[in-house]
Each structure stands twice: as C-alpha cells, then as structure tokens.
Write a protein that binds this ligand. Structure first.
Ligand SMILES: [Zn+2]
Length: 253
C-alpha cells in the first residue's frame, strides 16, 4: 500500500470516530435535556399539589367553626358557635371605613346597612322572614341562627348613602353596587354570593353582601366569578341544587 492510500484510510477512520463521538454526545445531551424536563414537570406537579391542598380545621357543629386556610367558613353546611368572635373584626371594620372613604372620593356615597348580627338577632330575623314568606322561601335568602355569615362580624350589607329602605335587588343597578363590584377586592372583600352561583353558595345573588377575607385572598376574586366554596376546595362540582336548577330551566323553556 502506498502512503496516499494509508492516509485516506486514516482520514476515513478518524471521520468515523468523530461522527460516532459527536452523535454519542448528542445522545448524552438529549438525555440531559429530558432529565431536566422531568425535573421541571415534577416540581410543577409539587406546586400544583400544594395549591390544591388546604389547611382544614376540625369542624364540630355549635362548638368549633370550620377554618380553611385561616378563613372561617359559614354557609348552609357549616355554622358558628353561639359566642363566636373573629380576631379579624377590627381589621374588617377598618377596611369598611376605607371602602366608604375611597368611594366618597369618587362621589359615590356608600354606607353599611347591616354588619355584625348576633346569634339571637338572627333567630328573630329568620322568624320574621319565615312568618312573612314561609320558611322554605326564607331559606333562599336568610340563614338560620348560627349559619349567618353576619355573625362572623366580617360580612357587610352595603347600601346607598341615603337609603333607609330594606336592601334588595333594586341595589343591583346602582352606581354603588357597580363600584363595590369593581373595587371591593382591593380592600380585602369578596362578593360572597355572585350571580349564577346559588347552586354552590346556597344563596341567590346578593350584590350588596361582601365578606372580608383579607387582601392576600381577595386579590384572587377580582373578577367576582369565584365563590369562597370553590376557592377553599369545598365544591366538588356537583350538588342537588344544581339538578333543581336544571329542572327549573327546563320548565321555563
Ligand atoms: Zn348580608
């Protein structure tokens, strides 16, 4: 064999070795990328899992209220002991003052129609409504004693600055309702009974009833399309009320 041929063989062998090494490296680096991707997706899963996990207290009716993530829950399923007291009450009252002052700056006069209501007041109130409308009708807009969010001291019914009449659907179209709808979350409040969510909250839409939960939570309620039940993982996507609604819709059609 002459020197030129040997040289060509050597070049060929070197080329093959280079190609092999390069592709081996590519395979290794692809493996690394895949390994990194696996790490990313598993850490995302962990974050997702943490989001879905709530800190839930033990609930004993009439004795120990239900707290989820530090938020006291009051609805038709979970009530309060007779002498419940929230340590957020002062903070909530300050937030109400701040709301009224901020609205006033925009020439919107808002006042509180109803705030804290004791257990005994609620006993009387429900009786009055039940006598007037029957207890099943009263049940759609008023709570049994121990099951009113007003007993927390963190729920407020707002009304217009000059109104002395009972709060009701007339409030829906006021500038005050609109202002609260757009701004209350900035002050730590959530619209507690949003429209079309009565199958989740157990209550018809109330444009006047806001619940103080603190800004770190209320910022997630900006769009007023989330209920406290959904936020705290209490709603599993099904309910008897939901079926009733469907039935009603069909009858209407
Ligand atoms: Zn209310």
């Amino acid at each position: 064999m002459n020197g030129g041929f040997k040289m060509r063989i050597l070049v060929l062998v070197l080329s093959i070795v280079t190609v092999l090494i390069t592709s081996f490296n590519i395979v290794i680096s692809l493996d690394k990328v895949e390994a990194q991707n696996t790490n990313i997706s598993s850490s995302e899963e962990v974050i997702e899992k943490e989001k879905n996990e709530h800190e839930v207290s033990e609930y004993i009716e009439g004795e120990a209220p239900l707290y989820i993530d530090g938020i006291v829950v009051v609805n038709k399923d979970y009530g309060l002991p007779r002498n419940f007291k929230s340590d957020l009450e002062e903070e909530a009252l300050q937030a109400v003052d701040d709301i009224i002052a901020a609205a006033k700056k925009e020439n919107i006069a808002i006042k509180v129609r109803s705030g804290f209501r004791s257990y005994d007041n609620q006993v009387q109130l429900f009786k009055t409504y039940a006598n007037r409308d029957g207890s099943s009708k009263a049940n759609t807009y008023s709570a049994h004693a121990g099951f009113s969010e007003h007993q927390t001291g963190l729920a407020f019914d707002f009304t217009t600055g000059k109104s002395n009449k009972s709060i009701g659907v007339w409030f829906d179209d006021t500038a005050q309702a609109k202002w609260l709808y757009e701004n209350a979350y900035k002050f730590g409040f959530v619209l507690r009974y949003p429209e079309d969510k009565d199958h989740i909250t157990g209550y018809m839409h109330e444009s006047w009833h806001y619940r103080y939960v603190g800004k770190e939570h209320s910022k997630n309620f900006k769009m007023n399309d989330l209920t406290l039940e959904e936020y705290l993982g209490l709603y599993d996507g099904s309910s008897d009320n939901n079926e009733d609604d469907d039935l009603d819709d069909n009858l209407d059609d």
